[in-house]
Write a protein that binds this ligand. Structure first.
Ligand SMILES: O=C(O)c1ccccc1N[C@@H]1O[C@H](COP(=O)(O)O)[C@@H](O)[C@H]1O
Length: 198
């Protein structure tokens, strides 16, 4: 099981993930209390362990901005968490060879069916707008054509149940590894250790 830890925004968060070594981390470039600037991400990128893949999280951002961050190597994957159309994703794919993740707000199984033929490389199934700390009903996931990240309110005490129910390619956590709105080193180390069955 792959693990992504999203919403790093403090310098110490880089130290926490370098110690834990999740497969992916996320920098949120969209408007959010976890929003980071391109300058900060650029400065943090060389400090990030080479075994961790950085993902940029965007909401209705310009294709040019995303392609620049990908092609400069600040991020290695782009997660589209807004209302980006298939035409938009096709355009982004003409500007970069790097993988694209399309987020889906899952209210019913129909939401997954509608998006699963996307030209994006991965889906990301989430409760809502992103970073809310709330979950959806994992039992409605069923078969999905694309490999998918499972997100939304995942934490130490529900993650095993979520994996059993939805069988994702990767799990994605943000609020669940925070305490008082900041990334928590202990929670980060614990969740990665659990996912690695150590
Ligand atoms: O984390 C954010 O602030 C955020 C803002 C805008 C779009 C997506 C965002 N995060 C994504 O939300 C899920 C995890 O959320 P949580 O565990 O429920 O807090 C994950 O995909 C993040 O990339």
């Amino acid at each position: 099981m792959k693990i992504k830890l999203c919403g790093l925004f403090q310098n110490c968060d880089i130290d926490f993930v370098n110690e834990a070594k999740p497969d992916f981390i996320g920098f949120v470039f969209a408007k959010s209390r976890r929003q980071v600037s391109a300058e900060w991400a650029k400065a943090m990128r060389p400090k990030l362990s080479s075994v961790i893949t950085p993902v940029g999280v965007f909401v209705n951002e310009s294709v040019t901005t995303i392609a620049k961050l990908l092609n400069e190597g600040v991020i290695e994957m782009a997660q589209l968490h807004g209302n980006e159309s298939e035409i938009y994703i096709r355009e982004l794919k003409t500007r970069t060879k790097k993988p694209i993740i399309r987020a889906v707000q899952v209210i019913s199984r129909a939401d997954i069916e509608e998006k699963q033929d996307t030209v994006a490389d991965f889906l990301l199934l989430d409760h809502g707008a992103g970073g809310t700390g709330e979950s959806f009903d994992w039992s409605i996931v069923g078969q999905v054509k694309k490999p998918f990240f499972l997100a939304g309110g995942l934490k130490a005490d529900n993650i095993e149940q979520a994996i059993r129910a939805a069988k994702p390619f990767a799990v994605d956590l943000s609020s669940g590894v925070e305490t008082d709105g900041k990334k928590d080193r202990g929670k980060i180390l614990e969740i990665v250790r659990r996912m690695r069955n150590e």
